[in-house]
Write a protein that binds this ligand. Structure first.
Ligand code: WQD
Length: 357
């Protein structure tokens, strides 16, 4: 059955906005919400700049509401106004470091918000949910590549990762308690890159926690140099190894789930990665080759909680979703650079220019 209307939480964000672009191009209707905690309002202030550009890129419109999942009343009114077939749940606070400083905010926002969402879904008979989970639920790997049989939760290293694990367990319990639910847990590895237009991309507010946005901000001279967190890991060059996946491949993975939803099991987890690990120094080299821009860096001590190597076995998604990540690391770097070089200050740059004009 063709699922027509998808409800997207956290739609203004990096993965959310790219997924909405692919949904609209695939013919889905989209109702999106965001609380703007990590997004920039658009020119007219009503829709986030990232989604304003998604509408321009696709030539299609979406319905957007600025709201927070902790506001259950507003959530109910949206579900009463729209016939929603499926929910894609991105909305979450997602900084590993920050979660260690303010764990209660992370538990309230990520878990409390999800409980509100699922209770309202239940009330309106919407029983299909795709959850934006993370490889972080695996904690320290007992073996590599990581497959979905690997234990989860036991060694999560931070409150953010624990919220992802707890939410997976909550959704599993809901699916086993009541007939008719479809719960799909998508465990992202390391999303990077941007839409080929360079009009949308990753736009972290403040100092980037993650490697690729930090590199791209060094490349546009917003940051003097990259700090490489440790070179004494058990990897080819000693620096940390991760499974980077292009955000467009990730977005396509969500649409692949929607297309296969009717045939899917009640509750299932899929790793969305490429199966290839690249070290920090290999990413720097790929970025320099793809862009011609030199990235100065200094090797410093390890970041607390960092693991050495993490990469996916995504064969289950490839088999059951008929989906496979296609884009190379060089494409991820080139697309990142096109976005960052055209938007040195991210979405804020455009808004500031308009406000100052
Ligand atoms: C990648 C590699 C760092 C920054 C985190 C979250 C995970 C997911 C993805 C949401 C590591 C090194 C980084 C820098 C560096 N997020 N690095 N200098 O830590 O694998 O995962 O983001 O779901 O849940 O845990 O990604 O990009 O932060 O780090 O050397 O300035 O780059 O040590 O080896 P990570 P990352």
């Amino acid at each position: 059955m063709f699922r027509t209307t998808v409800f997207v939480t956290g739609g203004a964000g990096y993965v959310g906005s790219h997924t909405i672009l692919v949904l609209l191009n695939a013919g889905y209707e989209v109702v999106a919400i965001d609380n703007f905690v990590n997004a920039i309002p658009g020119k007219d202030g009503s829709i986030p700049e990232s989604l304003h550009r998604v509408q321009e890129l696709t030539g299609k419109s979406l319905t957007f509401y600025k709201m927070d999942l902790l506001d259950k009343e507003s959530l109910e009114s949206i579900f009463s106004k729209h016939k929603l077939e499926c929910v894609i749940h991105f909305a979450a606070l997602k900084s590993v470091g920050e979660s260690c400083q303010i764990p209660l905010d992370y538990y309230r926002n990520n878990i409390g918000g999800t409980i509100n969402l699922v209770e309202v879904m239940k009330k309106f008979g919407v029983k299909n949910i795709i959850f934006s989970s993370s490889a972080t639920v695996y904690g320290a790997p007992q073996y590599l590549p990581l497959d979905e049989k690997h234990p989860v939760g036991t060694s999560c290293t931070n409150p953010y990762g624990r919220t992802k694990y707890f939410i997976e367990e909550i959704l599993k319990d809901v699916a086993s308690a009541e007939k008719g639910w479809k719960v799909i847990l998508l465990r992202y590895f390391n999303p990077v890159g941007a839409h080929e237009s360079g009009k949308i991309g990753e736009d972290p507010q403040g100092i980037p926690n993650n490697l690729m946005p930090y590199i791209s901000q060094v490349a546009v001279k917003r940051r003097p140099e990259l700090q490489v967190f440790g070179n004494d890991f058990n990897t080819p060059d000693g620096t940390g190894m991760r499974d980077y996946i292009h955000v467009m491949d990730l977005a396509e993975g969500h649409v692949a789930v929607l297309k296969n939803l009717d045939a899917m099991k009640t509750c299932v987890a899929y790793n969305l990665g490429t199966g290839h690990g690249y070290t920090v120094l290999q990413v720097i080299k790929a970025f320099e080759e793809a862009t011609g821009v030199k990235i100065p860096y200094t090797v410093v001590g390890r970041r607390i909680g960092d693991l050495g190597s993490l990469y996916a076995d995504s064969s289950l998604a490839e088999k059951e979703l008929d989906w496979k990540a296609k884009k190379s690391l060089v494409e991820m770097c080139a697309d990142t650079w096109r976005w960052q070089s055209q938007n040195p200050m991210g979405f804020r740059g455009e808004i500031a220019a308009i406000q100052n004009s």
